[in-house]
Design a protein around this ligand. Structure first.
Ligand code: DON
Length: 572
């Protein structure tokens, strides 16, 4: 009897060891969770992943080395981010994937969160009709029905490896832990009180002593959830034990998400937005993101001006770009929302005639005033994360995924170990009342059961001569489309390399509030000139975390991970 037990124990341990040794994650292995560093810019020969965390980029690159393509890498990278970058990487959020396959076909997957069936237009108004932003920004009631896991499975038909292989690195990192960066330690410490306030139980993110760089974060509940997804597919999240844990968490905190909401979640295939800018073909994300339309509007509004000759961040080029940004964002507030609930006049908003009309009152010597710039008339019946990938065959994949702000609702699903989003705040909770990004909206983006909240996420691909040229995207709330806009202009008009395009100071105007936000290293001289022209200039912290891959004339992949965070590239 004793011998049998010993033998069984031996079998269990040796199987576990064998699994461990097959893993790419572990001390001294391809992906070493205890020793890693950010790599900011490398020109690779064949394939590259740029993401918000070194371990996630390393996993993605290793998956491609094992024979996976850019879609395999994307799935594995997103799952890894859900473990190693809990502020934005997620199982409890949503996102958009835009891709161009090596055969030239494009893919646009919408796995944005949906409003629960019980959600309603005025759910965040008190009895006097005042908006209660606190409820849409934090805690159980701020969460939309998560879409990420469904999105990963909707990506699987384009992948080559098994889902089991793609999820294993994330499981290992959650189960055995990884050391955290100084950024992560600081962010966890500053969110501790919120986690305690908005979660019904303590979680792996809470400990007595403050977190410091080099501490190991182990997430056993998250590992168990990932294993249920590995073993049961999408149902491992939207049904069974995980669904039960989500609904129980909702019940403890007056949230709304039900079993049916989870079971009924659907990914939507959208038609990518495609347009030309100075001979380059740009592919970006359509509604329910505002990103692709805004990007098209801004680029097309400046296209007839010789921006390159104005000089990078000269008052002349910045002023033109600000005025394009202002006008595009005025349209966002009025015309954009979930296309399944609101007729978005996409064609008109992007048409040359309409955009020429929008710029008719543009004065190169003077600031326009947002109060005078309304949305165009249509005559027609800070936390998110971005991943850019290109593989050896030329498949280009860009995903921006989000919990909304840092650590989302700060509600951790007890027993399941992941954080839920606070994406409901992206709806217009009351016409004219700004959300956490200062964005206002109205009917187009009002709350309704099952509706998807308007996003700014702008995962974008650029082709030159019908060949891959750039993969780009960033987090940053409403600053996302302007950051992508400026990164593209930096490369196309100002001939910048990937690193400069990403790291040079950015600016942002979103119609309302009527001000230009600039990063602190923005040119002081340009700032002064613009102030004299009537612009209100406001300093702010870093704008975005852009991940950009530029494909050079010889086919090499020049990559840049944003210097503003732990972002990192990996490839070969
Ligand atoms: O979908 C959106 O537009 C926002 N929820 C994105 C949030 C974001 O980028 C926060 N990151 N800093």
């Amino acid at each position: 009897m004793k011998k049998t037990i010993v033998f069984i124990l031996f079998l269990i341990t040796s199987t576990a060891n064998a699994q461990q040794s097959a893993s790419i994650v572990g001390a001294g292995k391809t992906v070493d969770p205890y020793h890693y560093a950010s790599v900011k810019s490398v020109t690779f020969n064949k394939a590259v992943v740029a993401s918000a965390h070194p371990l996630a980029s390393e996993v993605g690159a290793a998956i491609m080395k094992q024979g996976g393509n850019a879609f395999d890498a994307m799935i594995a990278t997103q799952l890894t981010l859900a473990v190693v970058y809990p502020g934005a990487g997620n199982l409890g959020g949503g996102g958009f994937l835009i891709a161009r396959k090596s055969d030239g076909k494009s893919v646009a997957l919408d796995y944005r969160e949906m409003a629960p069936a019980k959600a309603s237009r005025d759910m965040y108004l008190d009895k006097d009709g005042n908006a209660q932003n606190e409820l849409s920004e934090n805690g159980h009631l701020s969460s939309g029905v998560p879409g990420t896991v469904a999105g990963l499975f909707a990506t699987m038909p384009f992948a080559k490896l098994s889902f089991k292989a793609l999820i294993q690195p994330a499981i290992d990192l959650a189960e055995y832990g990884f050391v955290i960066t100084a950024h992560e330690a600081a962010a966890l410490n500053s969110t501790k009180e919120d986690f305690l306030k908005y979660s019904s139980q303590p979680s792996a993110f809470i400990k007595d002593q403050p977190w410091k760089a080099g501490d190991t974060l182990i997430q056993p509940q998250l590992a168990a959830t990932l294993k249920r997804i590995r073993d049961n597919g999408s149902k491992g999240f939207y049904e069974g034990e995980t669904a039960k844990l989500i609904v129980e968490e909702m019940q403890r905190g007056n949230g709304m998400i039900s079993y049916d909401d989870l079971k009924n979640y659907t990914v939507k295939q959208r038609t990518a937005i495609a347009f030309d800018y100075r001979g380059y073909n740009i592919i970006s994300f359509p509604p329910p993101s505002s990103g692709g339309i805004l990007l098209a509007q801004m680029l097309k509004m400046i296209e007839k001006y010789p921006v390159g000759s104005y000089g990078f961040q000269s008052a002349k080029s910045v002023q033109l770009m600000i005025e394009a940004e202002r006008r595009a964002y005025a349209d966002r507030a009025q015309h954009m929302g979930d296309p399944d609930y609101w007729k978005v006049p996409q064609k008109t908003l992007m048409s040359d005639a309409y955009l020429a009309e929008r710029m008719k009152d543009y004065n190169p010597n003077k600031a326009s005033v947002s109060a005078d710039i309304k949305a165009g008339t249509i005559h027609e019946s800070e936390e998110t994360t971005h991943i850019s990938i290109i593989d050896e065959q030329g498949n280009m994949v860009a995903v921006t995924t989000t919990l909304n702000n840092s650590y989302g609702s700060k509600t951790v699903v007890d027993g399941a170990g992941f954080i839920l989003n606070d994406e409901m705040d992206d709806f217009s909770i009351k016409p004219g009342v700004p959300n956490m990004y200062g964005a206002i909206g109205g009917e187009a983006n009002a709350i309704a059961a099952g509706k998807r909240m308007l996003s700014s996420m702008t995962p974008t691909l650029v082709l030159k001569g019908n060949k891959p040229f750039m993969v780009v995207g960033t987090p940053g709330g409403t600053t996302i489309p302007t950051s992508v806009f400026q990164s593209i202009v930096n490369v196309i008009d100002f001939n910048m390399n990937a690193t400069d395009a990403v790291n040079k100071p950015k600016f942002h105007h979103q119609w309302l509030p009527d001000e230009v936000m600039v990063e602190s290293n923005f040119s002081a001289e340009t700032k002064m000139t613009l102030e004299k022209m009537g612009y209100k200039m406001v300093d702010r912290g870093g704008i975005g975390r852009t991940e950009l891959i530029k494909i050079l004339a010889d086919g090499k992949r020049e990559s840049a991970a944003d210097g503003r965070g732990d972002d990192s590239v990996a490839g070969y």
